[in-house]
Design a protein around this ligand. Sequence first.
Ligand code: PPS
Length: 568
Amino acid sequence: AEYNAHGGTLKQLYLSEEEAKLAKETAKSLLSWDLTHRQICDIELLLNGGFSPLEGFLTQQDYQSVLDKMRLANGVLWPMPVTLDVSAKFAEQIELGDEIALRDEEGVIIAIMQVSDRWQPNKAEEAEKIFGANDQTHPAVSYLFNQAGEIYLGGKLKGVSTPSHYDFKALRDTPAELQDKFKKWGWNKVVAFQTRNPMHRAHQELTFRAAKQVEANLLIQPVVGMTKPGDIDHFSRVRCYEHLVKHYPEQTTTLSLLPLAMRMGGPREAVWHAIIRKNYGCTHFIVGRDHAGPGKNAQGEDFYGPYDAQNLMNEFKDELGIEMVPFQMMVYVKERAEYQPVDNVQEGETVLNISGTEFRRRLAEGLEIPDWFSYSEVVSELRKRYPARHKQGVTVFFTGLSGSGKSTIANALLNKLMELGDRSITLLDGDVVRKHLSSELGFSKEHRNLNIQRIGYVASEITKNGGIAICAPIAPYRSTRREVREMIAPLGGFIEVHVATSLEVCEQRDRKGLYAKAREGIIKEFTGISDPYEVPENPELIIDTVNCTPDEAAQRIILKLESMGYIK
Ligand code: PPS
């Protein structure tokens, strides 16, 4: 069957089953490129027609034309470069006209591409022309310079297998599948809503209003490919959307996931999103304030004006073939107990609002989130993903000289936390680790760092899963401790405790007799004697065991955990 799409009919680039079988055989002798995560997202939409009229990764001529004119070389409107970036080393091995095999992370062949073009892009020019700024605080510009390969390859694709997804399969549709559904349901007018965030009541109001305004059905089509770094993962979001769609009137609204890799490209991205929705069979597309905006630039200003996206959409209105439904911010008016566009608010009325930052704060503190703001099922999904701090995992990371008392305090802390009893706890003491994780390692700088990285990795897994990890290595190097902190902090709590017992005292105590041996040179590279210890600069706690019993030390840590909200 033929389907309508941008620039004519929908491009479906998959080979037939027979042809695909043959192609898999031929591919064995072809040069292979392992697609990156973003390229996997792109190729899925290339192959299924979401990016119609593209028939492959852009050629150099199309690329230049997209940069300069927002059009393909044949004049069709196309705002965003979809390019195959590779390493110079890989590119060198290719003769123009060659076929190459494009594979996913597991080595499954996704497509065969006939390479017609190979060039070195001017990345600064691309950043400037597409994203409006050669500024690496823009996520796509940062990607361009720091992750994308040096060389672009262009050429037509033959699809061999669809990129695999194991999650939410029932909610994934190709453009042809969605067009078929709309036809079957009699949905002649469909307005699409794009999102990368959880949806609350205000979003429901505005989407439903948009649908009513143009008398259309509603497609909620959230992006689940790649969104802005730091966004809420799609698993949690999709469960939220599933709860939300139940609150729309029956037979008005449907949910389908879009495996797009967003670029956060503002106005150009809005036009791109609209074209993609057109390919999925939609007639209308909602564009709000600062659509697909990446936030602030290096100077602290927004990259794009709030209505740039709407303006650009308007400029190309006649040839887009999908209509924009602009929307305004919706706010809850207390006196009327309902949402209203911000412009409809009368003088003297009270507008209630919870900002994104305030919402996250309430989640972290386990505070109330009112019904007018979000449905309780949605909130409880987000609470599962973002538990209050006292339910999050924590790592307590001790550092200090040998014999400083780390193990003793760690053990006291372990017992006190066990007494509290509401979290699972793992003690990664130096000895335990060196026996089970790092038995082959010695005490060179390299080996010590490896040892700490391993401890950090295990602690990060424990923290991620809501447990408490207590680590007690010497960890003499600042940079490795920082690495561990950076790995764990995004997943839960991280508390560095410097057990600052002085070398003199440690040596005087010399419980294991190691200092004496170190002085005699029997033990080499001994921390504090013949190997460095870099004192922590900003630990959460400093404990000197001379004036403090293990009980007192453990108590101080518990109080610190309480004051930070990690135990209640
Ligand atoms: S590190 O630097 O963080 O990887 O060290 P760690 O894994 O904590 O191991 C320190 C314990 O190993 C014993 N030991 C030595 N320490 C320091 N330097 C040298 N050369 C050395 N050789 C053996 C020592 O008993 C340390 O135990 P603690 O409990 O810290 O006294």
